[in-house]
Design a protein around this ligand. Structure first.
Ligand code: 5AD
Ligand code: SF4
Length: 352
């Protein structure tokens, strides 16, 4: 390739601004100089401001079970980690956490757990139904892993609105290595089934998980563009001592911010959280995410007594707080970022 043909910043930006997931352009932006990255960040912030305004959506996170059937190499909740104490919240505890979130003004609840079949179509369905009956203007997001279509349908019919299931990595081989016994195509197929059933869907990936190359991260972004999800969750990998990947280093904050910014420009209306993993690695991690396109925060409302046991990675931000202190910290963050809090459910804007 001669010099004239080589990608430059302006060309790369034009391509992604025109919603073209050009691999070379994406790779250029992921790897470009710090000065150009600052321009990318400013543009993403402008796109967020123009398309979505200053509202931040708060989604109250209830980590209702730390049991998991899977054995993902990166996660502290993997079934092989026998040193991990496990818990399940009771029906009453889940409804009480929902009430706490509602009183804070949150209008979405995210019910998240490992793949724990104890919470089946019927039982979690009842919980969903009862929450929706009690709080009429709340949306429910489920994040409980790969299940059968019949289970998804039960939860949807009970009133669940959205489903989160990160694709984790877009490389089939790396996926198989990191998530033994499962495949990327199965996971993507499940996302498509969830959409067919009627859910708004969320997916996403980790940044810097061992084995990920720059080209694989480009593939992650291309897959996100292809799937056109309603939400995209992106966070840096954080090593957990009690896993086979415990000795690796954590993912880069800067690279995570670059991916967030690219996604905001490529998928302008997508809901994009400033993730807890960013807050865990840096005090200003979430603030920086809010300044490069993020428009969602998921404050934890899980009872304090079990927070530390939901240990997907160690020292998760907020794991020593209670729901009131987490709420106050998030309110301060939003003030610092000069943003406002949405007072409605914040449904998908994708079709705009
Ligand atoms: N570091 C960062 N993120 C992790 N997750 C699981 N383990 C880790 C880790 N060690 C993420 C996965 C999962 C989400 C709930 O948490 O992407 O989808
Ligand atoms: Fe289970 Fe999810 Fe952790 Fe994998 S990432 S072990 S599915 S909780």
């Amino acid at each position: 390739m001669d010099k004239e043909d080589r990608m430059d910043y302006q060309q790369a930006i034009e391509l992604i601004k025109n919603n073209c997931p050009d691999k070379e352009a994406i790779k250029y932006l992921l790897m470009t100089s710090a000065d150009e990255a600052e321009k990318l960040f400013a543009l993403a912030n402008r796109v967020r401001q123009e398309k979505l305004g200053d509202e931040i959506h708060l989604r109250g996170l209830i980590e209702f079970s730390s049991h998991c059937n899977n054995d993902c190499l990166y996660c502290g909740l993997r079934v092989s980690n026998v040193s991990q104490e496990r818990y399940r919240l009771s029906y009453e505890e889940i409804l009480a956490a929902g009430a706490v979130a509602y009183d804070f003004g949150y209008r979405t609840l995210v019910l998240q757990a490992g793949e724990d079949l104890f919470f089946d179509g019927e039982y979690l369905g009842k919980i969903i139904k009862d929450i929706k009956n009690k709080f009429k203007d709340i949306a429910i997001t489920i994040s409980a892993g790969v299940r059968t279509r019949a289970t998804y349908e039960k939860w949807f019919d009970a009133g669940a609105d959205r489903y989160l299931m990160r694709h984790e990595t877009a490389n089939e081989e790396l996926f198989r290595n990191l998530r033994p016994g499962t495949t990327l195509s199965e996971r993507i197929n499940n996302l498509l089934i969830l959409r067919e059933v009627g859910f708004q869907i969320g997916t996403g990936n980790m940044v810097g998980v061992p084995g990920q190359t720059m080209d694989i991260l480009v593939e992650d972004i291309c897959l996100l563009h292809q799937l056109q999800p309603d939400m995209v969750g992106i966070g840096p990998f954080i090593p957990h001592d009690d896993t086979p990947l415990g000795k690796h280093s954590h993912g880069s904050i800067d690279l995570t911010l670059r991916e967030l910014a690219i996604i905001r420009i490529l998928l302008p209306y997508v809901h994009l959280p400033a993730t807890t993993a960013l807050a865990t690695l840096a005090k200003d991690g979430q603030l920086r995410a809010l300044n490069v396109g993020a428009n969602v925060i998921m404050p934890n409302v899980t009872p304090t007594e079990v927070r530390a046991l939901y240990s997907i990675y160690p020292e998760k931000a907020g794991s020593r707080e209670n729901s009131v202190s987490t709420h106050s910290r998030i309110i301060e963050l939003i003030k610092t970022a000069n943003r406002t809090i949405a007072e409605h459910r914040g449904d998908s804007l994708r079709t705009k």
